[in-house]
Design a protein around this ligand. Structure first.
Ligand code: UD1
Length: 418
């Protein structure tokens, strides 16, 4: 049920996208790796299954997981798992650099676009890998008798998060120095670099355009804490804004949220840093604003759908342009079912703010779209029923419990029949 204000505080979980890349990173080391602040999400469980299929021993203790990949196998990761989770392709770099050979199925497309991996592949080739793609599987092996990748200078045509992660991980155990130019600068890249360095890797420059990795022969055991999820945090900040509520969002890193906080302030909801890891929303009148998604430190594509929900009730005309993914405006049709006034042309959506949304049954099309529909439901008049919660469960830990803790009238319906 919508239109009631929220109050209180909500604690943010560990970052899904960091955790996924870092789980792949545990393959770099044949000793125990302990990861703390792991979010409890279906994507994380799927990645765990991928690693287990490769011979990794995993112990789960709520938010801490232990990995041991002493017996890592150069076997093909199972397609049914890789196809469910694109990030599982990221295992290719660590397996190749450790074992000299790797076979990983192509992840294929997904709801938000075709999502190719040629930048990952070209990076590995530049480091001396022989790569063939046959029957939908990427087969990579290291040329030469040393069985070791060689450091290389790699310029990425686009600052792809996944390609930067694949190349960075592969380079940690390569022979010589690798430089990645036009690297992705997302906080998750910095987290992965810090994790690798905690195992003895020599990576500098993560978070800038140019990352330098000096290869080492071996990495050692580590105990590492995943950063907070900036997208989950941003989603709750939008929940405060869209319900005109003052809420505290805790266990966050303010610096990771600068583009989101700046845009919220432009729209009319101030966000103040209450304490080192605590943000407070100060609600206000909502005004239209234009948004263009860009690689970090630009506005994150993973927050586009949630902000679109907010702009549907912000006074005036907003233009939302998606530049990172080709097919990431599918939530528009569902928001329109709730009374939003939006027209899509190409990769842009023109949103004219309406005074109020009205609750309706809607269907989540992907992870962030599902969050956008929940946010819209919080602000709408009447009851909204969001279906397709398997998308939500990929990336939001306990979303309904966390919102209930803030006073939202939300519940998960078991066995709902439309
Ligand atoms: C990661 C995030 C995802 C986020 C995205 C952009 C994870 C698990 N997922 O995805 O939530 O939305 O960053 O911030 O961390 N591309 C190519 N060729 C390639 C690789 C990418 O053309 O070889 C294109 C993609 O199709 C897309 C764009 O580059 O259009 C961005 O992709 P990328 O930065 O690689 O995103 P992911 O790592 O897949």
């Amino acid at each position: 049920m919508g239109r009631n204000s929220l109050k209180g505080q909500v604690k943010i979980s560990g970052a899904k996208n960091s955790a996924l890349a870092i789980m792949a990173g545990t393959l770099l080391c044949d000793d125990d790796c302990r990861l703390n602040n792991m979010p409890c999400l279906s994507d994380i469980n799927t990645m765990g299954l991928v690693l287990a299929s490769l011979g990794v021993k995993i112990k789960k203790m709520t938010s801490s997981w232990e990995f041991n990949s002493r017996n890592l196998k150069a076997e093909k990761a199972p397609y049914d798992l890789v196809s469910q989770l694109r990030a599982s392709f990221f295992v290719i770099g660590p397996i190749l650099t450790r074992l000299g050979v790797a076979q990983v199925p192509l992840p294929g497309g997904c709801a938000i676009g075709s999502r190719p991996v040629e930048l990952h592949v070209r990076g590995l080739q530049a480091m001396g890998a022989n790569v063939t793609i046959e029957h939908g599987v990427v087969n990579a092996s290291v040329k030469g008798s040393s069985g070791r990748l060689k450091g290389a200078n790699i310029f990425l045509d686009y600052p792809s998060v996944g390609a930067t992660e694949t190349i960075m991980m592969a380079a940690t155990l390569a022979d010589g120095v690798t430089v990645i130019e036009n690297a992705a600068k997302e906080p998750e890249i910095v987290d992965l670099a810090n994790f690798c360095n905690s195992m003895g890797a020599k990576i500098s420059g993560a978070g800038t355009d140019s990352i330098v990795i000096k290869g080492v022969e071996r990495l050692h055991s580590t105990d590492y804490e995943i950063i907070p999820d900036r997208i989950e945090a941003g989603t709750f900040l939008v929940a405060g804004a869209i319900t005109h509520s003052e809420i505290l969002v805790t266990s966050v890193n303010h610096d990771h949220l600068i583009p989101v906080i700046a845009k919220l302030s432009e729209i009319g909801c101030k966000v103040i840093q209450e304490d080192k890891n605590i943000l407070r929303t100060i609600p206000g009148e909502l005004r239209a604003s234009d948004i263009e998604t860009l690689p970090h430190p630009g506005f994150p594509t993973d927050m586009q759908a949630q902000f679109m929900a907010l702009l549907t009730i912000s006074e005036g005309n907003s233009l939302v342009t998606e530049t990172v993914f080709e097919n990431r405006l599918r939530h528009v049709a569902e928001l329109k079912r709730m009374g939003a006034n939006i027209k899509v042309k190409g990769n842009s959506a023109h949103v004219v703010g309406v005074p109020m949304l009205s609750g309706a049954p809607v269907m989540a099309t992907d992870l962030r779209a599902s969050a956008a529909l929940v946010l819209a439901g919080l602000a709408a008049d009447g009851k909204t029923i969001v279906q397709g919660l398997q998308h939500l469960d990929r990336g939001y830990q306990d979303l309904e419990q966390k919102l209930q803790g803030l006073g939202a009238k939300i519940q998960r319906l078991q066995d709902y029949q439309p």
